[in-house]
Design a protein around this ligand. Structure first.
Ligand SMILES: CC(C)(COP(=O)(O)OP(=O)(O)OC[C@H]1O[C@@H](n2cnc3c(N)ncnc32)[C@H](O)[C@@H]1OP(=O)(O)O)[C@@H](O)C(=O)NCCC(=O)NCCS
Length: 180
């Protein structure tokens, strides 16, 4: 939870929904996610005996709830997010609506502790995901709100499928065809 909160606290969607330096709200968001949303496979990256990175992926259609389930989650699971809730509901509803019909393995979240970014941990976590895609002969799909991350994902064979502004910030939707 701490790794993800620290990695994402400055991401544009998180700034919009939770505010600047709202580590507390990011921790809460990821606590809910880790308990209830990020089912399926997850791996962590270790450095000097500490967890410094996390990646989660899951096969569709279990990756995201149906759009009509989001208001139910808002009234229950996500309720502790308080006044961030309207923005989070818009954000998640949109991602649920755009989730591709075509079978895929959905990536996210992936995050590395800011102090150790740029040292290869993110690449190591991506390799686990790519191994799974190759083993399953499956395409990959993800959403991101960081332009630097778009470049990162392109290195692993992802291409931009759609780009739009969501709750006031650019978002990219990316696809990786089965390469086997
Ligand atoms: C994206 C992320 C997981 C990459 O992890 P990482 O451990 O820094 O990745 P690596 O060290 O393996 O690779 C870094 C490469 O990604 C690029 N990169 C993307 N975002 C970066 C960042 N915030 N810091 C450093 N490098 C970043 C660098 O250009 C670098 O490229 P190079 O290998 O050609 O120099 C990490 O930057 C992160 O947690 N970001 C915040 C959360 C996020 O945006 N997650 C993904 C969006 S859903």
């Amino acid at each position: 939870m701490s790794v993800l909160a620290n990695a994402f606290v400055t991401n544009p969607l998180h700034l919009r929904a939770f505010g600047a330096q709202r580590l507390d709200r990011n921790r809460l968001f990821f606590r809910i996610g880790l308990r209830h949303m990020f089912i399926g496979q997850a791996f962590v990256a270790m450095a000097d005996g500490a967890v410094c990175g996390y990646v989660h992926f899951i096969v569709s259609p279990y990756c995201l709830p149906a759009p009509e389930e989001v208001p139910v989650a808002a009234a229950t699971l996500l309720k502790p997010l308080g006044d961030a809730l309207p923005q989070v509901v818009k954000w998640l509803s949109r991602w649920c609506r755009l989730d591709p019909e075509e079978p895929h393995v959905h990536l996210g979240p992936i995050g590395v502790t800011p102090q150790v970014q740029g040292q290869g941990l993110g690449t190591a976590l991506m390799q686990r995901y790519l191994e799974y895609l190759e083993q399953e002969h499956a395409p990959g799909y993800l959403e991101t709100d960081r332009l630097e991350a778009v470049e990162f994902y392109k290195k692993f064979g992802f291409v931009i499928q759609r780009e739009e502004v969501l709750i006031g910030t650019p978002v990219w939707y990316m696809w990786r065809s089965d390469q086997s």
